[in-house]
Ligand binder design. Structure first.
Ligand code: CA
Ligand code: CA
Ligand code: CA
Length: 407
């Protein structure tokens, strides 16, 4: 009896795993509700996802997978490893020229469903985020006795992190439900279409300035999301203190993103994001966004507009805004030239002077690129040119060669 049952049980496991494997996608851990073993397409049924980009060649999506790519864990759970490697070589020229190799991302993820169709999970770390600490000279405060020249306080050189010192990015536990998948943890806030969506599928190696400024941000909280045939939504509540920070006040941020799919290939989206309570305290912020994306045949058009309000430590409010529009056309299945124009004004109410505003200025960017999809987003090369044209500062020209491996 056992001998007969075992092959049947094994086949069932393999069939389940195969379904999971087909529905799953590369490096999408940041969208928790789309989390679990079928992360990207959660709420994006396979059929409608295909409809959304009918002309996209098959190479755009991972090849059919072996059923054994999901490993079995726990009583009946599934486990799926993921990797997103992005390596860059960039040359920049403004007043001076700089050139460097850079490890842009080394995202290592595990995700899956511990109880199939009921409870999902995911974790993502990026060790490439953490660089060696570097010497930084800072002024000494509250000197006793006071410095003889108050304009020249004593300084001390200390090791400081070059940027974020934590590699922890995503953590989620997701309860899968028919009308909304509820996740608890740390993940991307649903601001900026390009910011919220996968870093493995970017049209240009780097996101548009406005998407980088306001999107691709993580926070701790609760999020519920689902995609239906003509409508999708993501609603969340967050600490508002950004990733890897505990909250420092009772205020919480609320977010709602709505997407409409009026016809195949067309997405119209909007976001309202606002701090609730203590709206005049540090880190209080509001975001308003409208975006659209048309992917039909080999043609892609994508645009976003964002408006922001932020409160700084002194209680002062700053309103910013920006937009971008990008077009791309696949000449052949593996070769896609693209163009993009964008604008970012970090302070919409005044003309920024970079001398007085820590180098900040109004900036346009004009970008051109070509993508070579060796195997869709699993293995691709991107050659980009960016021109950042400031109002009161020397323009910056950058050429970037990016290589990616993702699964
Ligand atoms: Ca808060
Ligand atoms: Ca301005
Ligand atoms: Ca200016």
């Amino acid at each position: 009896m056992k001998r007969i049952l075992s092959p049947i049980a094994l086949s069932l496991v393999l069939i389940t795993a195969r379904i999971q494997a087909q529905e799953s996608d590369a490096s999408e851990v940041s969208k928790p509700a789309s989390g679990s073993a079928k992360p990207r397409e959660m709420g994006k049924p396979a059929a409608s996802a295909q409809k959304a980009k009918p002309g996209k060649p098959a190479s755009d999506d991972p090849a059919p997978e072996s059923p054994l790519k999901n490993l079995s864990v726990g009583t009946e759970g599934l486990f799926r490893p993921g990797l997103l490697l992005q390596g860059w070589f960039s040359v920049e020229h403004a007043d001076e020229t700089a050139a460097t190799f850079r490890l842009r991302r080394a995202e290592i993820s595990v995700k899956g469903e511990i109880i199939p169709d009921l409870v999902g999970y995911g974790v993502l770390i990026d060790p490439a985020m953490v660089l060696e600490f570097e010497d930084k000279t800072i002024e000494v405060e509250n000197q006793d006795p006071a410095p003889s020249d108050p304009d020249q306080p004593e300084t001390v050189t200390v090791k400081q992190p070059a940027k974020a010192a934590a590699m922890f990015k995503d953590f989620f536990i997701t309860f899968l439900m028919p009308y909304g998948d509820l996740s608890l943890g740390q993940f991307k806030i649903p601001v900026s279409w390009e910011g919220y969506n996968s870093s493995s599928k970017l049209l240009f190696a780097e996101r548009a300035l406005v998407s980088k400024e306001f999107g691709d941000k993580r926070d701790l909280g609760l999020q519920v999301t689902k995609r239906f045939e003509y409508l999708g939504y993501t609603a969340g509540i967050f600490n508002g203190a950004t990733l890897n920070h505990l909250d420092n006040n009772v205020a919480k941020d609320a977010a709602l993103r709505l997407e409409l799919y009026p016809m195949a290939g067309l997405m119209l989206g909007g976001v309202i994001y606002a701090s609730l309570w203590q709206r005049d305290q540090e880190k209080a912020k509001d975001r308003f966004e409208a975006d659209a994306r048309l992917a039909t045949g080999a043609f892609l058009l994508q645009a976003e507009f964002l408006r922001s309000r932020d409160v700084d430590a002194s209680g002062e409010e700053t309103e910013g805004q920006g937009f971008y529009a990008a077009v791309a056309y696949k000449l052949i299945e593996v070769l896609e030239p693209c163009l993009r124009v964008g604008y970012l004004d970090p302070d919409a109410n005044r003309n920024l002077d970079p001398q007085d505003n820590g180098g900040e200025d109004e900036v346009w960017h004009f970008d051109a690129g070509v993508n070579w999809y060796i195997r869709g987003h699993e293995a691709k090369l991107q050659l980009n040119y960016y021109r950042f044209q400031f109002e009161d500062k020397t323009a910056n020209n950058e050429v970037l060669l990016a290589a990616q491996v993702a699964f």
